[in-house]
Design a protein. Structure first.
Length: 278
């Protein structure tokens, strides 16, 4: 790739400044593979239908000249801020690590809860959710039915407190992990209680909408996926677990107008898992 930082150049055109970001020339693969880097940029540009690129011939011309830094700069200079933002947004969606680069350089390191802090919170959350979800295990079925709403209310309060505490100091990944763990414990409640929690009290909707909010407004930093195993000691990775709980929650909410959220959340989450699988 030519000696140019495409990411920094796009950001400078948008208005973030003109300083080149050191050590980020290879945005996609952390190698000097010119072809891979070129493919990354060309894939992003195909998403944007700019008025000056209206046919396949012109698109091909752009692709062939991407290795020429002057051509790249001149082409980017012709795009509007909205188009540049769309390219950047699409690139971040496909390559979440780009967000790390932008955040660390332009915004610096903000004070966040350390790893041990939020890991401890997640373990505590799991224990508390398990206690609540199984608090009626030894009751008669009729009593479980009549008191199931108490369990749902307690889970709501637990979830709200956790989200408020961690949303201020913790990374979004930790919040997502917590939501998955609460869902797991709630789904593990006795059948009568589980039915009331998810069918009558619509606890699944609260969880899935919280998950969607976390993923669509992701707060850095991104965490290694192995952190899930360190905290939960579960064999399956967090994405598989998320897919499982979403599928189960969807079964209790078949009439919801926005039921597709149960499918969309794992799809969005898969992007983060794919690029942080180490």
């Amino acid at each position: 790739m030519a000696n140019i930082n495409i990411l920094s150049y796009i950001l400078s055109l948008i208005g973030f400044g003109t300083t080149t970001v050191n050590n980020t020339i290879d945005i996609v693969t952390n190698t000097n593979n010119n072809e891979t880097s070129c493919n990354f940029l060309s894939a992003s540009t195909l998403i944007v239908k700019h008025e000056d690129i209206i046919d396949e011939e012109k698109k091909s011309l752009v692709k062939r000249n991407l290795l020429n830094e002057n051509v790249v700069q001149n082409w980017l200079n012709q795009l509007s801020n909205a188009t540049l933002c769309q390219i950047l947004s699409s690139a971040i969606s496909d390559y979440p690590q780009i967000a790390d680069i932008i955040h660390s350089y332009y915004f610096g390191k903000k004070e966040v809860m350390d790893h041990d802090g939020w890991a401890t919170q997640l373990k505590s959350l799991t224990k508390r959710a398990a206690i609540i979800a199984h608090s009626l295990d030894h009751y008669r079925v009729s009593d479980q039915f009549s008191r199931a709403s108490e369990v749902a209310t307690s889970l709501h309060l637990l979830l709200r407190q956790f989200a408020q505490d961690l949303s201020v100091h913790g990374p979004s990944h930790a919040i997502l992990f917590g939501l998955i763990l609460v869902a797991q414990e709630a789904l593990g409640a006795p059948s009568e209680v589980r039915q009331q929690i998810f069918t009558h009290d619509k606890f699944g909707r609260i969880l899935i909408l919280e998950m969607a909010s976390v993923l669509k407004n992701f707060k850095l930093p991104l965490l290694p996926n192995e952190d899930w195993h360190r905290i939960t000691y579960q064999k399956d990775n967090w994405l598989v677990t998320l897919e499982q709980v979403c599928s189960k929650m969807a079964r209790y909410d078949i009439t919801w107008e926005y039921r597709k959220e149960y499918q969309d959340v794992p799809m969005i989450a898969a992007r983060y898992f794919k690029h942080y699988a180490h």
